[in-house]
Design a protein around this ligand. Sequence first.
Ligand code: HPA
Length: 274
Amino acid sequence: MDQYDRIMEAVEFIRRRSPLAPRAGVVLGSGLGEFAGRVADAVAIPYAEIPHFRKVSVAGHAGRLVLGTVGGAPVAVLQGRYHYYEGHAIEDVVFPVRVLGKLGISGLLLTNAAGGIGKALRPGDLMVIRDHINLMGLNPLRGANDERLGPRFPDMSAVYDPAFQEVIASSQAAIGLRPKQGVYLALSGPSYETPAEIRMLAALGADAVGMSTVPEAICARHLGLRVAGISCITNLAAGISAKPLSHQEVTETAERVKNDFIKLLQMVIPKLGE
Ligand code: HPA
């Protein structure tokens, strides 16, 4: 069975569980999973039950697909993601996003926890991703290309849809959040960066650094989906503050901004499937 058949088997399974035809998809990052509880008329399917989905191992990631509505709009929420640093093959990391694509979404919102590098960023900020830099050391599209998933050489000149960026920025303004935007840079992790690495990443043009999102964004663009990204800045990157980094700080900051994050997503999501 090839990857395409596995994707379609997962799609058929999900369609048997729920007749909902989601227009928008969302991936909830580390510590940001609580939004899934705000989905109305929800049908939740643990990843363990969906054919070809892997086991989820990171603390703070629930590992289920939640189908339902947000502000009346049909949505598919991936509560928890697979990270490359967990040891998953990159095809497995991007598998759920491809399943949502074949389930029929047209817009995808990727969220993550990230370290702040840009001078304007503070812990607790929600940064609209303007562009990304892939320094994970691999590309999820490497290997034989399946035209049913997209073209061999997909354009990446506007990964993050400009109209979606505007929707998020105006929604931030509407709920009284300072609009922040920047470039997200992905490394494979799982160790956090050294201060010297952060100085290098700053010189390369990164505003935020994390260990996810980029493979999913590449595959979503490959599929022709419109993509949006929000980084929750959970900490200042290594060496910018004197404090050592910890996963606990990451989850604590995500917890602190949870209400703003939920409000923002409630405003944004109905506009992603239009
Ligand atoms: N670096 C990498 N990934 C992260 C960070 C960080 O500082 N914070 C949250 N995810």
